[in-house]
Design a protein around this ligand. Sequence first.
Ligand code: NAD
Length: 472
Amino acid sequence: MHILFNRYQETRRKFLTRAIAAIAATGLPAWYEKEAIASERALDAERPRRLGPNDTIQFGLIGCGGKKGGFRQGLNDAHAAASKAGCKVVAVCDVDRTHCADAANEFGPGTKQYHDFRDLLADKTIDAVIIGTPDHWHVQIAIAALRAGKDVYCEKPLTLTIDEGKKLVRVAQETGRVFQVGSQQRSDPRFRLACEIVRNGLIGKIKTVTAHLPTGPTGGPFQPQPVPEDLDFDFWLGPAPADPSILHGDVIDDVIFNFWRSPVAEPNLLPDYFPERVYGNFRWWLDYSGGMMTDWGAHHNDIAQWGLGTDHTGPVKIQGFGRGPTIGVNCYNTFPEFDIYSTYADGTVLHTTNQGENGVTFEGENGTVFVSRSRIEASDPKLLTTPLPPNAVRLYVSNDHMQNFIDCIRSRKETICPASVGHRSATICHLGNISLRLGGKILYWDPEHETFHNDPVAEAMLSRPRRRPWLL
Ligand SMILES: NC(=O)c1ccc[n+]([C@@H]2O[C@H](COP(=O)([O-])OP(=O)(O)OC[C@H]3O[C@@H](n4cnc5c(N)ncnc54)[C@H](O)[C@@H]3O)[C@@H](O)[C@H]2O)c1
């Protein structure tokens, strides 16, 4: 026991040294860096010690990704978890047999392999799961995991539809499990500082927040290919439509209508297979994701919400202007270019656009702050060099997103990005896409009840039919 304790302490020390080095590398002003390091030390002191072998948190990874393409984000997250003291990845699950076997190899001999996430969830030795599947699977698997008593780290964008998010938030509350959304910008002290400057009124009342996202790709028509033998394409599709005859909706004057359709007409038919539909490319298909709007929007709209202090509410009016989705059968169908204006009840406008340097700009009556993954800049540089006053509003401190999840598994406290927050951030992206898909229609949203005001067409787009047996 004594040896284990010492080893644990040593690993913690190594972790702390690494965490502090990571903070120091952000290039933040000295005062803020000092505070971030102090908060990391204070958090470390609070972290309960794990004294015995039974305390290891056992992780299962669902949706690994791999060498065929995509970001392997599930694997990235799982390696982050495995690198933490007292944590082990004991099982992996993927509907692609090669990805599954390769992932198991990365975590060493004895790592269990599952094809069906329900079997992994039935494994009582697993305490927590990481969900790195494409977006159309997130909520289904997350709800099943919560109900199976697992703590959940789920990648962003948390949801595919707004109604899915409402359900997930309810189940997360009912089950009381720990939930972290993979919006890791919340654990970057640069983004926290920008939001604290805004929250403390240091640039005056905020007029506009601009979320600058990349431009999405266009592509297609793609040529059908045989489904690879190691991929269970039917399982990959899951709740998404399978009937190729109704896969592409109606296009009128470059506006895509009628995308919500019955996916159950011919349950045995599959859409054409080509690699541009899977392996990371799912992002550019409305059936599985929401394009750049949800891919990067989930990150930067999330920071806008954090800065504005609107984590549990949202805008009241949304209008989107989009350009350039490829029109045709077997073509990417998400909007690569867009300008979405989401107005909050106090008149603040969140402008989500594919223009400008990747990052978030807060524009107040007295100045601006720009923040990205590589830098923070203020119109008045003194805003960055002057420490915040002792009575300033301070935000939740996390300097390592996976460590925050793990700490919360142990303490049973709320994570920095729980399901309710991830749901609201994703909602802003979905509202933008709904306006785009309705040809730039102005939408009036009631963020309290999460419904539209007298708009049955938009209301129908809050959810979509699900292919059996994958009902929620
Ligand atoms: N937080 C971030 O910065 C960040 C970065 C990249 C990706 N992501 C998110 O991570 C997720 C995955 O993205 P990616 O590019 O790694 O995708 P990917 O396509 O490379 O990997 C997804 C994997 O999930 C598997 N899969 C699909 N359905 C499954 C199911 N029902 N059960 C088990 N496995 C299943 C696929 O076979 C594939 O191996 C997306 O939601 C994406 O938005 C987040």
